[in-house]
Design a protein around this ligand. Structure first.
Ligand code: RIB
Ligand code: CA
Length: 306
């Protein structure tokens, strides 16, 4: 039985890889994708999501989510994902349209229609998930699981203390982590173990399908941007969530209670993790990834895409 998931994305480069993986793997039934502001403004993250789905032939409904954080000023990651939010590939003219209802409403309606069956996979700021929890208080007890990309038990990547997705909307992250929902957190501790080096990039580009070529053009840009920001190779942050849903044994998790810094002006957005032995909550944090098996999974995803 395929895992029913709803993705919440701020499509950017690694979000695109997560969408490719989710669309290509038979272990996953992609019920819908909601775009949120994060890497770029909502207009661009929505457009990028539609373009990726259209190019890879993913017949999946796409929705617009929240266009700004709950409280803080809007923050975008344009410096690393470029002006479009997905610089690199050239997409054909866009024909696919977003669905008319709001993405937060789609999340609520779908979870209520399929109690305990839907896994939410947010890989951008948690604004939509927090809004859905506030609009429908039953949501946290009716989702099967939330597998999110965000946070870090060590250093941050937007500030020395905070990872981007949490930093962009820390209040939303607080709502989600304190909701009691079953959470798997794929933070920087584990996502930085899955790096795309040049031989891997060439291996995927050599597939010469349009999906793989889009991947290659995207990752070529993303690699240069990461290098310009001091990282040797781009990390597969967001697709780690999809890989976990498809094949949990790729990852080692530890039970940790996660809290989010909201007050301190220097460290806000930092995620604090309890010791494993002290954890009493429902959150499990990724600590180890089997990178070679991750790439095998991505290979298999591309096998089924045009
Ligand atoms: O810190 C990495 C996260 O921030 C990823 O989700 C990336 O897409 C950006 O949103
Ligand atoms: Ca993202």
């Amino acid at each position: 039985m395929a895992e029913k998931i709803i993705m919440d994305v701020d499509t950017g480069h690694d979000d695109m890889v997560a969408i490719v993986m989710a669309a290509g793997l038979q272990e996953i039934e992609l019920m819908g994708i909601v775009a949120v502001s994060g890497n770029q403004v909502l207009e661009k993250t929505l457009s990028n999501t539609l373009k990726v789905c259209e190019l890879i032939g993913a017949d999946v409904p796409v929705f617009a989510g929240m266009d700004r954080p709950l409280l803080r000023p809007q923050l975008i990651g344009g410096d690393i994902h470029g002006e479009t939010g997905l610089d690199g590939p050239v997409f054909p003219p866009l024909c696919k349209n977003a669905e008319p209802i709001h993405g937060v409403r789609f999340i609520i309606d779908t979870v209520l229609a399929h109690p305990h069956e839907i896994t939410l996979v947010p890989v951008g700021p948690l604004t939509d998930i927090a809004m859905a929890m506030r609009l429908e208080p039953r949501l946290s007890s009716l989702v099967k699981k939330i597998v999110l990309m965000g946070g870090s038990m060590g250093k941050g990547n937007r500030t020395p203390y905070a990872e981007f997705n949490i930093f962009a909307d820390p209040e939303a992250a607080h709502i989600v982590f304190s909701s009691g929902a079953p959470i798997v957190m794929m933070g920087l501790d584990v996502t930085l173990q899955v790096l795309l080096d040049d031989p891997l990039l060439q291996r995927f580009r050599s597939r010469r399908t349009k999906s793989a070529t889009m991947f290659g053009d995207s990752m070529t840009f993303y690699t240069k941007a990461c290098k310009a920001h001091g990282s040797e190779h781009p990390a597969m942050h967001d697709p780690c969530c999809i890989a976990y849903v498809a094949e949990p044994s790729l990852f080692t998790l530890e039970r940790r209670d996660i809290t989010v810094e909201l007050q301190d002006k220097l460290t806000y957005g930092k995620t604090y993790a309890s010791k494993s032995e002290d954890a009493i909550g429902n959150t499990w944090v990724g600590v180890k990834a089997d990178a070679p098996r991750f790439w095998e999974l991505l290979d298999r995803a591309f096998d089924s895409l045009p």
